[in-house]
Design a binder for this molecule. Sequence first.
Ligand code: G4F
Length: 326
Amino acid sequence: MKKALITGISGQDGSYLAEFLLKKNYQVHGIIRRVALEDETHRLWRLRKIKKDLNLHSGSLESFPSLAKIINQVQPDEIYHLAAQSYVSNSFEDEFSTLNTNINGTHFMLASTKEFAPQSKFYFAGSSEMFGKTVETPQNETTKFYPRSAYGISKVTGFELTRNYREAYNTFATTGILFNHESPRRGFEFVTRKISLAVARIKNNLQKEISLGNIKAKRDWGHAKDYVEAMWLMLQQQKPLDYVIGTGEQHTVEEFLSIAFQHVGLNFKDYLKIDKNLFRPAEVETLLADPINSKKKLGWKPKIKFEELVVEMVESDLRNVKDKTY
Ligand code: G4F
């Protein structure tokens, strides 16, 4: 039985990946902060259905010894390093902890892998935020990076560390440059979930309006469930290579809004308030993947279309509001 170790297992991607790997008959281990283990209801809700099948270890990205100990003990075949401070806006408010946690965390994971489980295959969760102020459209594996936030910078550094471990120490280490991927399990701070929950609450007279920043921003949005399969495929290849993972289709925040409100028979223009405070000091205006390599070499193709994703998120939040979950 293969063993996988996931950092960030309690997040959106971690929870879908854990489900995916359990179905493939892996023994699945996850690293969780002690505070989360002590507050299962709020912090581990995404793992509710599978928690009994998981091996959870208490550890922190800020502590090299805690990570080294777990990697040494588990001896995983595959390591998926997904944990990070992943909210771009927050990285402007607290550059220092974003850089510290994301860069050191990745470095600690790579160093522990090299030292204690060198046979492990290593996946690093890169991001299309690395392309930032894009120098070409669409973006592929050779597009130059131009990060626009501490978050983007931390991911470029993680990418370089991962590449360097691959080249210097022969670690099977790869980066997935994932474009935005969403689902009903998305955190509330991200724009798609903020919209889907607001739509459900407005429809049920619990909220009157929604405040947003730059609704002209363009993103390549896919479904997280599809994207975790790409992570796994990257570690099943003969050679460790970096891949751009996206749909190749672009939409504005405004289009997301429009479809979400339309789905419940409302017009977003009647409820939208533009708030200057929600604009970022340096915005990433447009992201679009050229996923040709992942299609050709991994045989990966996203299954869930944009409109389906929006509707699934709104439907899920309508149920949450009805069940008084939120
Ligand atoms: O949903 P967002 O916060 O996601 P963002 O910044 O694109 O980052 C996400 O995707 C990355 C992959 O490219 C990940 F690496 C990262 O960890 C994260 O998952 O914002 C999307 C767009 C931005 O242009 C933002 O300015 O929506 C715009 N926006 C407009 N109003 C807003 C809001 N974003 C948020 N979060 N909240 C608003 O009120």
